[in-house]
Design a protein. Structure first.
Length: 335
């Protein structure tokens, strides 16, 4: 009986010993597995699941790149712009965000896709609107930022900055103003004029005019010079001559990208004497707390084109027909 007990005790000890050794080895191997890639500089295994994803949905991989554009100055790359599948997905995403009151990504097309005419009519319209909307919103945002800077310049009595802004916005009798010795009353008049001029433009009107002037982004001026609003220039070096009239003394101004075109258009409406009534109307609406719609503001653009008030009607019809008023509350995502 005693012998059986000893044998049984020995068996238990052997089992415990073996178990202890096994646990020590297991811990050792675990530590090696976790530490060796860092401590011993041994490369660890990497599983590339993008290969698997690519087999299921090639487009989704490309679309995911849209989330990385902030590292590329917020501009889409050429291979993405000319990829119809990516552009269509982009368009659907923008329209969806607008309809669901969601923020729009701060990503911009530098130019209109060269193949935009290959889309069906309604898809082409949505594509163009989705391309221009973020850019138009950014253009208005930049104007409001400049408005804030202008107010700060007056608060701090920064005459140099005030003079620079006054020149840019073509303040009345600018050349006759001696800014180095300007009176308080003259300074107040300059401020009032700048407050009237430096402000945003209704989104629906921006969209409508760009559609009319660029043919939904398919015109030669839009394709070759990023010109969305048909702005004229008398400097042949920065413009494109109209076909069939190469002897014309004007050209359509071209731009390095679409945002520059939008910025120039907004500055034109905010500074040119031809649109002074539009700016007065806008200021009055702001002061009375009333909404400023593109449809109403368009009434003051009869001098934008040679056809006069017929042009106003075209803008109004464009806004109504394509329901461009639905974009009035669209907004860019926060920084």
């Amino acid at each position: 009986m005693l012998e059986k007990y000893r044998l049984h005790a020995n068996s238990i000890n052997e089992i415990r010993y073996s178990a202890t050794i096994f646990i020590i080895i297991l811990i050792f191997l675990t530590l090696i597995g976790f530490l060796s890639p860092r401590v011993l500089n041994i490369p660890s295994l990497v599983f590339d699941f993008t290969v698997v994803k690519r087999n299921f949905n090639t487009v989704s991989i490309d679309i995911n790149k849209l989330d990385k554009f902030k590292t590329n100055k917020n501009y889409l790359s050429s291979d993405q712009i000319n990829n119809k599948a990516i552009v269509l997905e982009w368009s659907n995403r923008i329209i969806y965000n607008v309809e669901n009151n969601l923020d729009i990504a701060r990503m911009y097309f530098p130019h209109v896709p060269r193949n935009i005419n290959e889309f069906e009519t309604q898809i082409k319209k949505n594509v163009f609107l989705s391309i221009l909307l973020p850019i138009a919103l950014r253009g208005n945002e930049l104007v409001l930022e400049e408005r804030k800077l202008m107010k700060v310049a007056f608060l701090t009595n920064n005459i140099y900055k005030i003079e620079s802004i006054a020149k840019k916005y073509k303040v009345k009798n600018f050349k006759k103003i001696n800014f180095s010795n300007i009176t308080t009353s003259d300074l107040r008049l300059v401020k009032e004029e700048l407050l009237t001029k430096i402000n945003k433009i209704p989104i629906s009107m921006i969209l409508a005019q760009s559609i009319i002037e660029s043919g939904w982004g398919s015109s030669r001026f839009a394709q070759q010079g990023n010109a969305l609003f048909g702005e004229w220039t008398w400097n042949a070096n920065v413009g494109i001559k109209p076909k069939g009239n190469l002897d014309a003394n004007f050209a359509v101004k071209n731009f390095k990208n679409l945002l520059e075109s939008v910025k120039s258009y907004i500055l034109n409406l905010n500074s040119h004497p031809a649109y002074s009534e539009m700016r007065k109307f806008r200021t009055l609406r702001y002061k009375t707390g009333k909404e400023i719609t593109g449809y109403d503001t368009a009434n003051f653009l009869n001098k934008y084109a040679e056809i006069g008030f017929e042009y106003v009607t075209k803008i109004e019809n464009m806004i109504k027909t394509n329901k461009l008023y639905k974009f009035r509350n669209a907004r860019l995502e926060e920084y």
